[in-house]
Design a protein around this ligand. Structure first.
Ligand code: MG
Length: 206
């Protein structure tokens, strides 16, 4: 099982990062040890600088597949939920400036926070028409619709499969909308999809 994450998949987020809207999907990996499961508190890593939240639609893959055509890609998705792609932003900016890989800033233990409610894919599920919202301590900090994704989920699954074989249990984090920001000890984070709370986690001691 692996976690594949998409970078810069909403134009407003690319803008807030001061970066260009990508011409092709950008992806990176997190190891299984990055997964933080429901009921666990976020443990801030021993990394200097800001740790930021990125709320993302997450889809679960349930098949082996390679070179998947776009029109068959959603057939690989068993269910979906929300997740947080936690990012050591200060370190990521340093790594980016040096042209180095992002893993130290992105792949640390507990950096892939998973929602506690998974919803099954049905014939009427439209992954590109969902409200996505993160509240931090009761205040909305990220709010958008998945209709604003630059690359829709089907295209992402297909694109990644040209390079890496999908395996059952894999997770795809589909990118964050604008509104990223720092988290701190004691924060309560709640993620909503179409108004339904799917993710609920607190930030524990560093
Ligand atoms: Mg992200």
């Amino acid at each position: 099982m692996k976690v594949v994450c998409i970078g810069r998949n909403y134009a407003d987020h690319a803008k807030e990062m001061g970066t260009e809207v990508p011409q092709e999907p950008i992806f990176f990996l997190k190891p299984t040890t990055a997964c933080l499961y429901p009921g666990q508190a976020i443990k801030l890593p021993d990394i200097p600088g800001e740790i930021e939240h990125e709320l993302e639609l997450v889809v679960m893959i349930d098949s082996y597949a390679r070179d998947v055509p776009v029109n068959m890609a959603l057939g690989l998705v068993a269910s979906y939920s929300l997740g947080l792609d936690l990012t050591a932003r200060t370190l990521q900016n340093e790594l980016k400036a040096k042209g180095l890989p992002w893993e130290k800033a992105k792949a640390w233990d507990g950096s892939a926070v998973l929602g506690e409610v998974e919803l099954p894919m049905t014939a009427s599920t439209d992954l590109q028409a969902m409200g996505i919202e993160l509240k931090k301590n009761g205040q909305t900090v990220q709010k958008d619709t998945t209709a604003h994704m630059i690359f829709p989920v089907a295209g992402l699954i297909s694109y990644v499969s040209r390079y890496i074989t999908w395996e059952p249990g894999d997770l795809l984090f589909t990118g964050t909308p604008a509104g990223i920001g720092p988290i701190a000890e004691g924060d309560a984070l709640e993620g909503f999809l179409n108004g339904k709370r799917l993710l609920n986690v607190t930030v524990g001691k560093r």
